[in-house]
Design a protein around this ligand. Structure first.
Ligand code: ZN
Length: 111
């Protein structure tokens, strides 16, 4: 039996969750998106990313590898990209998550 997956903390939802053709789109989970955002967009190290997402460094490496593979599939194979789902918990912004990566500008207000 698979061990239940611990929730990964994310600081916001993607402002642009869909790209390209809908049919046969690659599905990127929200934690995979967050790993790409934190490391490739914000420039955090794997260690810093693990701290912000509240997971182990090993887990971050796995999430990141899966995310890169999916992004590569989407751009090389010309497939669409849909960002949704995953075992995540949205941070409550009551305190900064560190490294200046958590801010209101990242929040997709759905209220
Ligand atoms: Zn946050």
């Amino acid at each position: 039996m698979a061990r239940p997956q611990r929730n990964r903390r994310i600081c916001g939802l993607p402002r642009h969750p869909r790209f390209g053709p809908e049919g046969d789109a690659v599905r990127l989970s929200l934690d995979e998106y967050e790993a790409i955002r934190l490391m490739d967009h914000e420039g955090l190290t794997h260690e810093q990313c693990a701290e912000v997402m509240q997971v182990s460094r090993t887990t971050v490496t796995e999430i990141y590898a899966a995310a890169r593979r999916k992004l590569a599939q989407a751009i090389v194979e010309g497939r669409g990209l849909v960002i949704e789902g995953g075992s995540v918990v949205l941070c409550d912004h009551s305190q900064a998550c560190g490294y200046g990566v958590c801010g209101d500008e990242n929040v997709n207000t759905q209220s």
